[in-house]
Ligand binder design. Sequence first.
Ligand SMILES: C[S@@+](CC[C@H](N)C(=O)[O-])C[C@H]1O[C@@H](n2cnc3c(N)ncnc32)[C@H](O)[C@@H]1O
Length: 292
Amino acid sequence: MKGSMTWEETIKFIRTQPEYKYLVKKAYFEENLALNVERFRKSEEFIETLQLLKKHHPNAKEILDIGSGNGISAIALALEGFNVVTVEPDESDTIGAGAIRKLKAHYNITNLVIHEVFAEEIGFADESFDIVYARQCMHHAYDLEKFVAEASRVVKKDGFFMTIRDHVIFNKKDKEWFLEKHPLHKFYGGENAFKPEEYKNAMEKAGLEVVKELKYYDSIINYFPSSKEDIINMFKVKQSKAILSLDKKIGFLSKFSFIQKMYFRRIGLFKENVYDESRIPGRMYSYIAVKK
Ligand SMILES: C[S@@+](CC[C@H](N)C(=O)[O-])C[C@H]1O[C@@H](n2cnc3c(N)ncnc32)[C@H](O)[C@@H]1O
């Protein structure tokens, strides 16, 4: 079974499986393409992304969206008024260029052009775009340095390359753990991740200056659909759950805070552990890198 399906087959399959219902929704894989776009446009992730785009390049107009998938971000950016060019090698009308074409027609969009090509092979002229944006795509590069070099080549001077929600790993074992835990890798075998240094070195080598590295807990762009409040309350929620389980074991004694503290220590419930991103398989990072 491992890796025997294509990406499109995987998505069509999981749509039929009740246990993947939440994943299908949270990853915008629903059959109704326009519904995915509408949900994405309203998401806190996209709102935060737009704020960053505007902060770092208030006058940006031309955007290249690399690895656009079923078009959620490309369409959302076009609806915001940017002139968008999409690069998506998969022709699928479920999760690829075909889907973006359907959405382009649905919204009657004229400021969006679709290219079915890999990022490593884009043929656009040098310095064509104010911003090159890639959502959950750079970690799929078949040649990371070439991928980033092409993105850098086509971005204008003082423009930037923004990569969001890319899986990062810290060592070989961490990568194996990520692939094992990834919910869809077993179906299509196409997951991947790089070390933060590998992403950053590729950017620096391509003439980009990394001005922002957003680690997992630094931004809702990475941890969405969890909210900022979910993250802030995470430690308290874990403490409450631990107290409940302690109550089942020792009854009223669990009400005493010194006993709770001893119990937290015994089970390793500390803030630094709860917010330790190394406990999340393939945690995601985002980057902004300016063209020098
Ligand atoms: C996880 S999906 C993300 C899709 C979309 N950006 C989103 O966030 O929903 C990764 C996408 O990158 C595309 N892709 C994979 N390798 C690529 C490459 N070398 N160059 C450009 N796109 C690539 C895949 O076809 C896929 O649509």
